[in-house]
Design a protein around this ligand. Structure first.
Ligand SMILES: [Zn+2]
Length: 462
């Protein structure tokens, strides 16, 4: 096999003397140390060698990306509500993971609620794993849930392989997954800190969240003010400070909370933060009354807030961007009446997250390496998936051929998630996912699915 001085060899103890199964030659690829031309050799589903352009790596199949394509690591989306079993009519593993693959997402981590039973004990995890088995086009891991009274189930779930635990500080939207009072959050954190567990939190203060009815977006927004997020995050940070537990703030919408988070991190509180493509893409001023496809909790806020979220991403206070893909049946979105009070709060976006974020990033002069850091490397790091989130020797060959300058208009009817409802319908975005590889094989939406079920601590033996 031809080599050159730029070749990274054998980082995972792999014998590189045997030809690769596949070599992808890319004029542009986003690697951990930046963007450059390279050749990526794959064997047995993993990257075994990365050579400079022209290295001439040998493989049974050698593929040149098109001139307008960039090779990216597959995205890792740690915030997806698959809803199966129990609410499979909302979304399921088959449809969600087909949508993921089409959007360049090669790993998802499924939220513990909206499926029935919720993933709050080991038997419920087993039920979910059985439902997912053989149904997944990409790799799938699972979060556990922390609800009132299940603190005794957390350690067994942790040992059974969940990546961490989700809790709500406010009504979750489904009765079988109640919120945790703050006092109980602290108890859960003390428990999790004992084995370095991770708590991921829907942070809105129930006392500051009101009700709303009718078609007015402003009324809905006013019912869930930024203060509700800031107040909840304050309480959470205080508990994290006392217990030493790792906490992660889910779907940050209120930019007003950014200084709190930055200050806590500066003093050593172990906190990380995510936001979502819809908070970075849309603005309250543009949302029509009755347009309940935009309803999510916390809500999409004003344009100035959106720009402040972008600044927090650029500054590194917000670590990552994940979808919070949370569909329901169209009737529950109440598109007919447009009643924001009655509509399901959740946005379907799994397939368009990358182009949505990239469109916004590109317009602000940011690079693909930024998008990859937010949507691949950082989420993989959050859940400790050491073999995902980068094009690197020893990592899974989860790869995406992305055409970053190709514009397209989102057509909800052509998306692969179960119901063709999304606020992105009709949006003009830039950046097309042309192909997705899972562990070195192209994902074929018409062939049997090849995704694996992942557990916490899954790393490659080397
Ligand atoms: Zn969610």
């Amino acid at each position: 096999m031809a080599r050159d001085a730029g070749v990274l060899l054998n980082g995972a103890g792999v014998d590189t003397d045997v030809d690769a199964d596949l070599v992808i030659r890319a004029a542009r690829a986003v690697l951990p140390d930046g963007e450059r031309a390279c050749e990526v050799a794959v064997r047995d589903g993993r990257v075994v060698e990365i050579g400079s352009a022209g290295a001439g790596l040998a493989g049974r199949e050698v593929l040149d990306l098109a001139a307008d394509e960039v090779l990216l690591p597959g995205l890792v989306d740690t915030h997806v509500h698959v809803n199966e079993p129990g609410r499979t009519e909302w979304e399921g593993f088959w449809s969600a993971t087909r949508a993921a693959a089409a959007g360049g997402v090669t790993t998802i981590v499924d939220m513990p609620l909206n499926s029935v039973p919720p993933t709050v004990d080991v038997p419920a995890l087993a039920v979910k794993r059985r439902a997912a088995e053989g149904e997944c086009f990409v790799d799938v891991g699972f979060w556990g849930g922390a609800v009132p009274g299940n603190v005794g189930s957390l350690r067994p779930l942790h040992e059974a392989g969940v990546f961490g635990f989700k809790c709500f500080l406010v009504d979750s939207g489904v009765p079988e997954f109640p919120p945790l009072p703050l006092a109980e959050v602290a108890r859960v954190m003390t428990e999790l800190a004992a084995y370095d567990g991770l708590l991921v939190v829907h942070a809105e203060d129930a006392a500051l969240v009101g009700t709303c009815a009718g078609r007015g977006y402003r009324d809905f927004l006013d019912s869930r003010p930024a203060d509700a997020e800031s107040r909840a995050i304050e309480g959470l940070l205080e508990a994290a400070r006392r217990t030493g537990c790792r906490v992660h703030v889910l779907h940050l919408s209120a930019a007003a909370a950014v200084p709190l988070l930055a200050a806590a991190r500066a003093e050593g509180v172990r906190v990380s933060v995510e936001t979502c493509p819809h908070y970075l893409s849309f603005a309250a001023e543009e949302i029509r009354d009755g347009a309940t496809q935009f309803k999510c909790c916390p809500p999409i806020r004003e344009e100035s807030n959106r720009e402040a979220l972008w600044s927090a991403l650029i500054d590194g206070v917000i670590d990552l961007v994940v979808s919070d893909h949370s569909p329901s049946t169209p009737d529950l979105k109440r598109l007919d009446t447009g009643d924001f009070g009655a509509a399901w709060g959740g946005i379907a976006s799994l397939q368009v997250g990358l182009p949505a974020v990239w469109t916004g990033a590109r317009a602000r002069g940011l690079g693909l390496a930024d998008a990859v850091r937010w949507m691949s490397a950082a989420p993989a790091a959050l859940v400790g998936l050491a073999g995902k989130g980068a094009i690197a020797v020893g990592h899974d060959a989860d790869l995406v051929a992305f055409a970053p300058d190709e514009p397209f208009v989102v057509d909800a009817a052509r998306l692969r998630h179960r119901h063709r409802v999304t606020p992105y319908d009709g949006c003009e975005l830039v950046g097309v996912v042309r192909r997705t590889w899972l562990r070195g094989m192209p994902v074929d939406a018409d062939a049997p699915p090849r995704g694996r079920l992942l557990s916490r601590g899954d790393v490659h033996e080397s």
